[in-house]
Design a protein around this ligand. Sequence first.
Ligand code: F6P
Length: 375
Amino acid sequence: MVAAMTKLTRLGVLTSGGDAPGMNAAIRAATLVARAAGVDVVGVERGYRGLLEDAIVPLGAAEVGGILREGGTMLGSARCKEFHERAVRDRARAVLRIRGIDGLVVIGGNGSLTGAQLLADPDEAGADPVRIVGVPASIDNDLGLTGLSIGVDTAMNTIVEACDKIADTATAHDRTFIIEVMGRDCGYLAMTSAIAAGADLALFPEAGRDDASVVDAVVDTVLAVRARPRKSRRVIIIKAEGVALPVERLKAMVDARLVERVPGTDPSTIETRVTVLGHVVRGGRPSAFDRLLGSRLANVAVRGLLAGATHKMAAWMPPVDLPEEIGTRSPADPYCWLVDLGAVLAETENLLRGRSPLARWRAGAFDDIEDALLL
Ligand code: F6P
């Protein structure tokens, strides 16, 4: 959607939902690009929650200096369930109006961009609503119509580094490790980091395995790997937190089954070990790529707003063909697109429910690439 071209006077920037390394790069670029175009810029602290509390701070070159290499978000972030209520959104719109904010860059994931869509909904917002363009940021890579979201690359590097370390000790002891990584509804991080770490098995919800077949898959993998020559008998299994079977229960079930399948073995020699990486995966300095991605997506978002766009998201190389009414390539960056926000949210839903072709591809990608290693 392109609004009647009124000049942007004050841009608000907010980060919302789970933080992601590279958000600061996006804040910095949005600030500098808008300032260079003569637009006043303010930051909203702690996402929609801060907006409701009128927590608005000035943003300029001095404020964003040096934040590029920092993890987290200098604006703070929050999850704000109340934003589902119309009355709460009306309060947020009143703050934007009083503060003279006529353009907003929302940097966040699925929940945050759903909030953005509702905030700018013309049926609710009436005449002259705030113009909004989203920037995808979520380590889970669970947003539709963008090849990558900010934070995914850093998170993947963190996981791979942890797996490499665990692999050293696993190799020394011929042990099996199940490493649980973040990814609430989406197993992208588990699947891709398993490929990059040379893991033996990736477990993620999109594969649609029930508990029994998760256990079978782990046990079969352990037995296949342990038949290899010594030095390559360590087993690395990466499990997404979104797989319903809790990791400690999985360990107990696998250990019990291994004792049955390898009778006469001392259980302590085949017992699996568990490492839950948890929030470690979300922190840390952003990789060079996430700094680049945050900067370029925010540049495209601000240039879109300046050109009158609203209800859009800046996307990185969408992994599907897009008709013109859904998305157009940014004139500012050939790797970036401006895509319709409603279409992003619909495709996100399809991705999370395993209904899109991309979700089906993701479910098989690890096996396509890695299965041969177990033969
Ligand atoms: O931001 C996405 C994410 O990191 C998921 O992978 C994870 O399940 C969730 O956030 C954890 O959220 P919180 O830190 O609010 O518990």
